[in-house]
Ligand binder design. Structure first.
Ligand code: GLC
Ligand code: CA
Length: 532
């Protein structure tokens, strides 16, 4: 396999609104990111993927862009952005921008023009029809909104304030190419491509994801931009299978470095998707991840449990009340010894948890609000109580409560009033305490990053073969990573009942573990890396 610098990298995702506020307005900002660069350097990450910083009315917290080449004044100025690029570079950290090119804000000048008349030069920048079909929006309700002025409907896969760009119009390719080159010239290290699987849609035939023109478009875009500098690109592609992943990221096809697949993130979805979760089948989780480990070649995996759209892993699959450290570190170790590029989402490194607010008005997320309107009020498919249970388990605001820096006022996130309430557990779960305590989760993540990037085992962790073990065991997770130099064996116990340490692990040398000593059983959420 041809080695790429990003094979060896670890990425940290920042959701700027919730990360660190320096001017007391209750909203994180770019200066706040700069202030924490040394912290991120201590953790050891190479890249920061920052959720959208562009100008935006913030209907979907920046995933609705009104100017691709300007900075959201809530977050700061272009001068702040330039300083962030400079300061991160000094520390050997690259910045990955979030590229939202399936849709814009309805306040983008292109859409404001497009709305004016049917013969406006920007009309075809968006998708307009006399008659809508029955496609629905991901955020609930219909994907079409009627515009009284020109008497047509426009298409929006997400909120009505996020009209989809019409990629069948070649001008879109030109505009987006120019914009990407603008950011590349500023020295960004790469991009995360928001819902990129949607840009080849065929509306007539009701195909939105993985449409017929998708891959030629990505290839063209890549050749015009990303590939000229060999930067890191990661596409968000819900519904991808390993076969589909290879279409995007087999290096020979010249599209993207890697994708985010979500198969392991939807196993516990029920009848109404995320809003009606069901218990996790751990065997299925293992088998899904292991399948991706084995079937992705010659493409490359991304590794993650969390992002700004997903609930916190320690709450979702672990036990934050009784086994906070054990279960959070279990999932960290299980993932970080796999093959691929790991992504850590802000607060994951200290085990931040889900949150339960009593009142719907305490929530900020448009998906929660629009889905409530749809499922509970309009169609009455769910009771309010059931919906709230869904929100507590799966809602996106679980990931978006302010970053917990200290046990002080508003968790040290702001001196003002945060836009979304702080999780009340900040007194016990915060960065300051983690940094003070050498046995904390933070140092588990730091150690995992060191093992991968800067240890005798780096080559084995990055490129070693992956061999699954005990595939059908309901609580043991086990796999080997092998290279010419070493064999690493990861063995863990998912759950709270002790199990016998498997015979193949007995007597082996322990490299790292989330318990201080070893006995002949695996205790709750115990996980061990052996080396030979
Ligand atoms: C992606 C983003 C999500 C956003 C949506 C629409 O899924 O991760 O946060 O709401 O796209 O842009
Ligand atoms: Ca601020």
């Amino acid at each position: 396999m041809q080695e790429k610098w990003w094979h060896k990298s670890v990425v940290y995702q920042i959701y700027p609104k919730s990360f660190n506020d320096t001017n007391g307005d209750g909203i994180g900002d770019i200066k706040g990111i700069i202030e924490k660069l040394d912290y991120l350097n201590t953790l050891g990450v190479d890249y920061l993927w920052i959720s959208p910083l562009y100008k935006s009315p913030m209907v979907d917290n920046g995933y609705d862009i009104s100017d691709y080449e300007d900075i959201n004044p809530l977050y700061g100025t272009m001068a702040d952005m330039d300083l962030l690029l400079l300061e991160s570079k000094k520390r050997g950290i690259g910045i990955l921008m979030d590229l939202v090119i399936n849709h814009t804000s309805d306040q983008h000048p292109w859409f404001l023009e497009s709305k004016k008349s049917k013969d406006n030069p920007y009309r075809d920048y968006y998708i307009w029809k006399d008659e809508p079909n029955d496609l629905g929006s991901t955020f609930g309700g219909k994907a079409w909104t009627y515009d009284d002025h020109t008497k047509q409907y426009y298409f929006h896969n997400f909120a009505k304030e996020q009209p989809d760009l019409n990629w069948d119009n070649p001008k879109i390719m030109d505009e987006i190419t120019k914009m990407i080159l603008f950011w590349m010239n500023k020295g960004v290290a790469g991009f995360r491509l928001d819902v990129i699987d949607l840009i080849g849609k065929d509306i007539e035939n009701k195909i939105t994801a993985n449409g017929p023109t998708l891959h030629p478009r990505i290839k063209q875009l890549s050749e015009q931009t990303f590939l000229t500098k060999d930067i890191l690109t990661v596409g968000e592609t819900w519904g991808a299978t390993p076969e589909i992943a290879k279409l995007y990221s087999d290096p020979a096809r010249k599209e993207l470095s890697m994708i985010f697949q979500f198969e392991h993130m939807t196993l516990d979805w029920g009848h109404y998707g995320k809003w009606t979760p069901k218990p996790l089948d751990f065997i299925q989780l293992k088998q899904t991840l292991f399948k991706w480990q084995q079937e992705i070649h010659p493409a490359w995996n991304s590794l993650f449990w969390n992002n700004h759209d997903l609930p916190r892993v320690v709450s979702r699959f672990g036990n934050p009340e009784q086994y906070h450290f054990e279960s959070a570190s279990f999932f960290a170790i299980m993932l970080h010894l796999m093959k691929g590029t790991p992504y850590i989402y802000q607060g994951e490194e200290i085990g931040m948890t889900n949150v339960e607010f009593d009142d719907l008005s305490d929530y900020d997320d448009i998906e929660i609000k629009n889905s409530y309107q749809d499922f509970v009020l309009d169609t009455k498919r769910m009771t309010k109580q059931d919906f709230m249970t869904g929100v507590y388990r799966m809602g996106r605001d679980n990931a978006r409560t302010p970053m917990q820096w200290t046990d002080g006022n508003e968790a040290g996130f702001t001196t003002g009033k945060p836009f979304l309430k702080v999780n009340p557990n900040y007194k016990t779960i915060n960065v300051e305490d983690n940094l003070k305590n050498k046995d904390s989760l933070f140092y588990v993540y730091q150690h995992l990053i060191k093992l991968r990037k800067n240890s005798p085992y780096s080559q084995t962790i990055v490129y070693g073969d992956f061999i699954p073990l005990d595939l059908n065991h309901k609580s043991i997770v086990a796999y080997q990573r092998t290279s010419e130099d070493y064999t690493l064996l990861v063995v863990g116990n998912y759950g709270e009942q002790p199990v016998q340490l498997p015979a193949y692990a007995k007597g082996k040398k322990v490299l790292f573990s989330n318990y201080k000593d070893q006995v002949d059983t695996l205790r709750p959420y115990e996980i061990i890396i052996f080396v030979e």
